[in-house]
Design a protein around this ligand. Structure first.
Ligand SMILES: [Zn+2]
Length: 282
């Protein structure tokens, strides 16, 4: 474990219960427009954008956004996070993010005290270890720096990653298997995911430089969250690598991100996604 970064202090999470209520931030128009200009939202039509906005306003009203580790939360930050967070649930009818309240944001990477949190049912991470955490029934924690690296169509989105862990937790522990919709075939889901997971684990173990971030091979839960990031951020990469998983996610999210991004002129010929930092925001 690196010792840089702010140590995640459980007291920050408790304190945030008292000092920042739900619905403290209204949608910030400038931040909303800036978010929608990012590649991850490319190809959404006016009706979809209108519903997305309504969902973001609902999330801002329902959740308590607070800063920790010195970060001063504001409406623009909360709006950016909400915009990413509601994209996966755009076509899902019920409130899949019900049952928890807190979104806690650190300025950058935070150090997580894994042993202590183990007993309270926390999901651990390695790649995103210090960029985000989703706690079962509890707070969702994000690094603002990583939020700023999200949305660029390069396969990385810490907000989508952590919020899809929350979707996965709708039927118990995060295990890569959220509740499926009526009409979806659980056997087809299991087959597609197991084959893809086994394939990625084998390639990562063999030292291959995979297109999908090797962190996805950490566990089935991380595989689901990371591949959900690719589904929205770089669907052409996911579809090329694991088309059966792409189809399962298209059924689960009820979105065809590949077609949508293709119509927006982003897709087939897109460059390979890059991990890292320092590229230009579009
Ligand atoms: Zn994770």
């Amino acid at each position: 474990m690196r010792d840089t970064g702010t140590r995640l202090n459980p007291l920050d999470l408790l304190a945030s219960l008292f000092d920042s209520g739900r619905g403290a931030y209204a949608l910030d128009e400038a931040a909303w427009r800036a978010a929608l200009a990012l590649p991850v939202f490319a190809g959404l039509d006016a009706e979809e954008l209108s519903r997305l906005r309504g969902l973001a306003q609902g999330l801002l009203a329902d959740k308590a956004f607070s800063g920790a580790g010195g970060l001063e939360m504001d409406a623009a930050m909360a709006t950016t996070i909400a915009a990413f967070a509601v994209l996966p649930v755009l076509e899902l009818e019920e409130n899949w993010y019900a049952g928890w309240v807190e979104v806690v944001v650190y300025p950058g990477e935070f150090i997580f005290d894994g042993e202590q949190m183990d007993e309270t049912g926390v999901v651990h991470h390695v790649r995103h270890a210090r960029s985000g955490e989703a706690m079962a029934g509890g707070p969702l924690v994000l690094s603002w720096q990583d939020v700023e690296w999200s949305g660029r169509g390069e396969g990385f989105n810490v907000v989508i990653h952590e919020f899809t862990h929350k979707l996965d937790m709708r039927n118990g522990e995060a295990n890569g298997r959220p509740p499926l919709h009526a009409g979806m075939d659980p056997a087809a889901w299991a087959l597609a995911w197991q084959a893809a997971y086994d394939d990625l684990c084998r390639r990562v173990d063999g030292g291959e430089d995979t297109q999908i971030d090797p962190y996805a091979s950490e566990s089935p839960a991380e595989f689901f969250a990371v591949l959900s990031e690719y589904f929205f951020e770089a669907p052409h990469v996911l579809h090329a690598e694991y088309p059966a998983v792409y189809r399962q996610l298209a059924q689960f999210y009820r979105q065809d991100t590949l077609a949508r991004r293709g119509q927006a002129g982003i897709g087939d010929n897109a460059a390979q996604p890059q991990q890292g930092m320092g590229y230009e925001r579009t």
